[in-house]
Design a protein around this ligand. Structure first.
Ligand code: I3P
Length: 106
């Protein structure tokens, strides 16, 4: 599964509010147990991750559809095993279902 998603880093690995809380639209690639962020398809084809970020490791991670998030639509919350949390915005309900199913399998 791959595609553009909005992302906001919400909670860092020590349980504190992340310092950079703005939304960024990036190209995400989901492979078994890992999610990688790229600026776009072109940098993905060159294997260059966004800001040199390491993939997020998904073992013992949880993915939840956030129906309570009122400011934006089609939001999911990814919680990693270290406690850090990321919000993702899908472009529509169909994308949200596709990412959610892929995340359950990953
Ligand atoms: C953040 C930006 C985010 C907002 C976040 C702000 O500011 O406006 O869109 O999240 O609010 O801190 P900046 O761009 O200056 O980093 P929401 O869209 O989810 O409200 P927050 O700190 O309350 O999470």
């Amino acid at each position: 599964q791959e595609g553009m998603l909005g992302r906001k880093h919400d909670v860092d690995g020590s349980g504190k509010k992340a310092s950079n809380r703005s939304w960024t639209t990036l190209f995400f690639v989901l492979k078994p147990e890992q999610l990688s962020a790229y600026k776009d398809l072109k940098t993905y084809s060159h294997g260059i991750t966004y800001h040199g970020e390491n993939p997020l490791f998904l073992s013992d991670a949880s993915w939840e559809i956030l129906n309570i998030y009122k400011k934006k639509k089609h939001i999911c919350k990814l919680r990693l095993s270290d406690g850090s949390e990321y919000l993702f915005q899908c472009k529509d309900e169909e994308e949200l279902q596709r990412w959610s199913q892929a995340m359950q399998r990953a």
